[in-house]
Design a protein around this ligand. Structure first.
Ligand code: MOS
Length: 753
């Protein structure tokens, strides 16, 4: 066992609700959010017009004088020794400026970079790639993880086994828990390989100005890419600037520095010219990550009344050349259960490495756990929502860990059930009303995620005497609306309107902010902006006090004036106070810490789906969807709703259509494009109702706000699968739930009856 082990002596005292040596969990009075003027309301994106009119510049739009186009040659073989690479024929082609080798020794997946060229235009670069002569000596490979488990399978990584050691989490005693159970269910669920496929593929432009490297990159992490480039190129981080302009999504595939970005920087150094490398849609499907697969078996025991006594999970995950995701968190955390054990294992294969994909691990885990909970509810003859409420936890680690800083999942259950009309649901799975071959059903699923934000995030506010205001933060807007959130928080605090704020972000020379992953951007950046803005207000109040000849503490700010508290008729207009600053004035803000040793900071959600299933064709139609989220204080209702709709769209798409398929005779994917890799279209997406429960969490940060981007993705495939189960009476335990799998499940049901 490893450090994740949790011992039975750490369990809570049922009387005091405390762990040994801990005070009893304190009930917190209902925190009251300040009476916000703009925060929490619907604010249109400040850059909306720029984006929809095409004026916003994305990395592919960047054109610099003398810029070369870089292209990367990739291995068509899944495993091979590279005998030789001959660049000479490519270099001889007019218009080719440079070429270089990127691989030596062996390649381990089809798509691995082998060589690169830089040429005056795209056509020439493409042609040059075809002229590079590579001699490969094929090696045995394995791309199917079930085959890779076999002792006789080709070794994927030099000198290391294909199957990693088991990683175990345990608390209590699961065997004892099963002995105490009245009902035990054991079921296996599978999730496939999902590709991120952001609208904008990866791309980088690199340019050297003397010793200084400037990179314009489509990235979720300007600071992370800067640091990664510094390490890869052995250049001081201070000599590198990474800029992200506008961006069409990432979903985890754009965290950290990419190989092609390093290649662009090296080609630019060799040629003394700017170099742009854009990845093709195929590259995007092959070499910049995917969600690992999982095969999860849950054994869950419960008393007759639904009280859980034990949860046992075993999972095998495959992430190609990277580790798979651990999927246990939902099983470990969501429900109160004293006995829990999870054993997880990774299997390596000769495919491109996985990467974090919107709520890594939790998404897969929620599909398995929440499916098993519904099958348990059926075995207990209990309402699945009731079963979830019955096992509600107020502390993490299934009620054996820290109390939550705030948890409003109960309100999510109430609000979501109301919005979908849960009372209309079939009482028993398979009781779906027949209308020809169509059956109807409803399902629910729960999410837990982190996302309280990163302490130490910095932001500056600059006030100018002409009353213009600048907010500067080295974060990035990856499409979520971060620019607007920064403007909203600054405007709220300074008594201005969002469109009066100039926002600067997406530059690693700006004050530090974390990567845009883990749903941490808003709860990191917004509190830092708030902090800077509060300091700016103090300064403005002091300036106003001097004019009004009162103490700064006696100045109030409202309606674009500062007034004397004692005599509101005495006031001074914003414009005059700003003018008194005489020069631009900078205020530094920082997102503070949180009491991590006293509380668990999490986000929650409950999703409800209503579906129709055709029992003759196996087709699933999602009719209606309601998502209730506890993500703390919402900063902008409009962009928050967009996150909910986007995350659910992605979840429905993964649940119904998406799957990378490998050809195990060639070791290449058969669907590395958007024609053969199916994703949902607008016609597949139902009406989605987004609900944000009041969950202002002052323990998290000065705005009580938490993340939303990943929470909305987590339970969506599970909610649909549970609705399908409710409709047809048999659980489709594998995603995507293709018509074939639905029909197979129906056959299984027939065979069983
Ligand atoms: Mo996210 S998968 O942390 O971008």
């Amino acid at each position: 066992m490893n450090s994740r082990e949790y011992r039975v002596e750490n369990m809570i005292d049922p009387e005091t609700q405390a762990r040994p040596g801990q005070p009893a969990a304190q009930a917190m009075p209902e925190p009251q959010a300040p009476d916000f003027r703009i925060i929490g309301k619907a604010t249109p994106r400040i850059d909306g017009a720029e984006i929809v009119t095409g004026r916003a510049k994305y990395t592919p739009d960047i054109k610099l004088r003398g810029m070369l186009i870089g292209k990367i040659l990739r291995s068509p073989r899944a495993a091979a020794e590279i005998v030789s690479i001959d660049l000479a024929p490519a270099l001889a082609l007019p218009g080719v400026v440079t070429a270089m080798k990127l691989a030596e020794g062996v390649v381990r997946y089809a798509g691995q970079q082998v060589a690169a060229v830089a040429a005056v235009d795209e056509r020439t670069a493409d042609k040059a790639l075809g002229l590079i002569k590579v001699e490969y000596k094929s090696l045995p490979f394995v791309v199917d993880w079930e085959k890779a488990r076999d002792a006789s399978a080709p070794q994927v990584r030099a000198g290391q086994p294909n199957v990693e050691e088991i990683n175990t989490y345990a608390r209590g005693d699961v065997e004892k828990g099963f002995a105490e159970a009245d009902v035990v269910v054991e079921r296996t669920y599978g999730t496939g390989f999902e590709i991120h496929h952001p609208t904008e593929t990866h791309g980088s432009v690199a340019l050297w100005e003397g010793d200084h490297l400037l990179v314009i990159d489509s990235t979720q992490a300007v600071h992370g890419v800067r640091d990664g480039l510094a390490r890869a190129l052995k250049v001081p981080a201070a000599n590198i600037t990474v800029i992200k302009t506008y961006m069409g999504g990432g979903f985890g595939s754009k965290l950290g520095v990419n190989e092609h970005t390093v290649a662009a920087a090296v080609l630019a150094r060799q040629t003394g010219r700017p170099v742009k490398i854009l990845l093709s849609r195929r590259d995007n499907a092959v070499c910049v990550g995917h969600r690992p697969s999982s095969l999860q078996t849950y054994k869950i025991g419960a008393k007759k009344d639904g009280t859980l006594t034990a949860i046992r999970l075993t999972n095998t995950a495959s992430g190609g050349l990277n580790a798979g995701d651990e999927v246990a968190e939902p099983a470990v955390d969501i429900y109160a259960c004293p006995n829990c054990r999870a054993d997880e294992q990774t299997v390596y294969t000769n495919t491109g490495g996985s990467r974090a994909t919107r709520a890594p691990g939790h998404t897969q885990g929620a599909f398995g756990l929440e499916g098993a909970m519904d099958e348990l509810a059926a075995a207990l003859d209990m309402d699945p929502l009731e079963l979830r409420r019955k096992n509600y936890s107020t502390r993490n680690r299934g009620d054996t860990g820290l109390p939550y800083s705030m948890k409003r999942l109960d309100r999510c259950y109430d609000a979501g059930a109301k919005a979908i009309g849960w009372e209309r649901r079939n009482r028993k799975p398979g009781g779906g009303v027949a209308k020809g071959p169509w059956r109807r059903g409803m399902g629910v699923a729960t999410s837990i995620w982190w996302g309280a934000g990163a302490p130490g995030t910095l932001a500056d506010i600059v006030l100018y005497p002409d009353m213009s205001v600048e907010v500067i933060c080295g974060t990035q807007d990856i499409g979520t609306g971060t620019r607007t959130h920064m403007a909203v928080v600054a405007a709220e605090t300074l008594g201005l309107a969002p469109n009066e704020i100039t926002v600067k972000l997406g530059n690693s020379d700006y004050p530090w902010a974390p990567n845009s992953g883990g749903s941490q951007t808003t709860p990191s950046v917004a509190p830092a902006v708030r902090d800077a803005a509060l300091k700016a207000v103090e300064r403005l109040k002091a300036a106003a006090a001097a004019r009004l000849k009162v103490d700064a503490g006696d100045v109030v700010m409202a309606e674009r004036k500062f007034s004397s508290k004692a005599d509101p008729s005495r006031s001074v207009a914003f414009a005059d106070v700003y003018r008194d600053l005489r020069r631009e004035t900078v205020f530094h803000g920082e997102r503070g810490g949180m009491p991590m040793d006293a509380f668990a900071f999490n986000t929650f959600g409950a999703h409800f789906a209503e579906v129709e299933v055709n029992v003759e064709t196996g087709r699933i139609r999602v009719l209606k969807y309601a998502a209730a989220q506890d993500s703390g204080q919402i900063i902008n209702k409009l962009t928050a709703e967009s996150q909910v709709i986007g995350g659910i769209t992605q979840g429905l798409s993964a649940g119904l259509f998406e799957e990378r398929v490998m050809d195990d005779t060639t070791g290449n994917p058969v669907n590395p494009n958007l024609r053969d890799y199916k994703i949902a279209t607008s016609l597949d997406i139902p009406e989605i109702t987004a609900i944000f429960v009041d969950a202002y969490d002052p323990r998290a940060n000065n705005l009580g706000t938490k993340g939303l981007g990943e929470p909305v993705r987590i339970p969506s495939s599970a909610a649909v699968a549970n609705a399908v189960y409710n409709a047809i009476g048999v659980h489709v335990r594998e995603i995507p739930m293709t018509p074939k799998r639905v029909l197979e499940a129906l056959k299984r049901k027939e065979a069983a009856s």
